[in-house]
Ligand binder design. Structure first.
Ligand code: TRP
Ligand code: SF4
Length: 339
């Protein structure tokens, strides 16, 4: 089917620095599948990063290319998907401004992430206009490209819901310019960090996409195993108590998993060997990523060029949309036809 006929997908990530296996399994693997079937726009939400990081804005740009390099290494393909940086498309700011005129403040104050994030990031003052308006900017990102589907995790569902409400209100007040987008909820396999908490940069419990083989092996060797199994002679229970086993389940074939479960319960295999085997499997799976990363590193400026080309494609779409938006707002609607 022609690219124009395919449904549109849009998703974005804030540039938070190095990505880890949680991002790979939770987001990037999903984007890779989607880029085969849909017309995809994936972008770096650097203005969104500014809403919480306005005190150190200079730390944002340096994270952008590193993150996109991780996307590319993971297999996001610029021939298939359009990759760009939000702040390269100034139209997002204009649409955000226009949408802000029709968005009731009460909708934004009701947004659960508004209060949650303020509590979590207590050391920062997030009682700002920009942070309250976070979902309005997100709505602009999404409808700018007339996206039909927005792949997100559960935490982002309230934002997509707000986008839908703002879109309906726009279409009702002015003209039917935008499709109302649907959230595409991403199924995320269980992937805890090394210590059993959620994998997160701030906990220092992650395996990073750009880790070397040695780093991966070392990190996995520190992974928490069955605490009721201090010695190899104690029988374990991988399914119930071993954090590492969640990774085994993602990286080893079922047959081998069955053997490990049996061996662990019978106190026949030890955790050191078991995690060495895991590290080898994770490293084997990461090899194509390392190869692509090396190829890209050999072409200086490659990431920047990909983002420039992506911005051109995105800008063409954004300009069209803004023409329609201005026409919808600033030209008088046609007389209703009597019949
Ligand atoms: N708010 C999203 C996040 O923190 C990032 C984001 C910004 C986004 N604009 C978007 C996601 C549009 C999907 C669609 O993860
Ligand atoms: Fe976990 Fe393997 Fe140790 Fe069993 S042997 S507790 S599955 S690491």
């Amino acid at each position: 089917m022609a690219a124009q006929g395919r449904q549109r997908i849009l998703s974005g990530m804030r540039p938070s620095g190095r990505l880890h296996l949680g991002h790979l399994h939770g987001v990037l693997e999903n984007w890779k599948r989607l880029q085969e079937e849909y017309q995809c726009f994936f972008f770096v939400a650097d203005w969104h990063a500014l809403t919480t990081n306005y005190e150190k804005p200079w730390t944002i740009p340096e994270n952008i290319e590193d993150m996109v390099l991780d996307w590319l290494a993971a297999g996001i393909d610029p021939e298939k998907a359009t990759l760009f940086v939000q702040s390269d498309i100034k139209e997002h700011a204009e649409l955000q401004l226009l949408l802000s005129m029709i968005t009731p403040v009460s909708w934004l104050e009701r947004n659960p992430t508004y209060k949650e994030q303020q509590q979590q990031l207590k050391e920062r003052d997030l009682a700002t206009f920009g942070f309250l308006g976070y979902p309005v900017l997100q709505a602009a990102d999404i409808i700018m490209y007339k996206a039909n589907k927005v792949p997100v995790g559960v935490d982002q569902l309230p934002h997509v819901e707000l986008t839908r409400e703002i879109t309906r209100r726009f279409n009702y007040l002015y003209r039917e310019v935008f499709p109302v987008p649907d959230a595409l909820l991403t199924e995320v396999p269980k992937l805890p960090g090394l210590d059993g908490r959620k994998m997160s940069k701030s906990y220092g419990n992650s395996i990073y996409l750009n880790d070397t083989e040695e780093q991966v092996a070392k990190r996995i060797s520190t992974m928490v195993t069955d605490v009721e199994r201090p010695r190899k002679s104690d029988p374990g229970d991988p399914e119930k108590r071993c954090v590492a086993f969640n990774l085994h389940k993602l990286y080893l074939p079922q047959e081998r998993l069955d053997e490990i479960v049996a061996g662990c319960r019978a106190a026949e295999i030890g955790c050191v060997a078991c995690k060495k085997e895991l590290a080898a499997a994770v490293n084997a799976a990461m090899q194509p990523m390392r190869d692509r990363r090396r190829e890209l590193a050999e072409q200086p400026g490659a990431v920047r060029r990909i983002l420039e080309e992506g911005a051109e494609k995105a800008r063409a779409v954004a300009r069209n949309t803004m023409d329609e938006v201005r026409e919808a707002l600033f030209t008088e609607p046609p007389e209703p036809v009597e019949n």
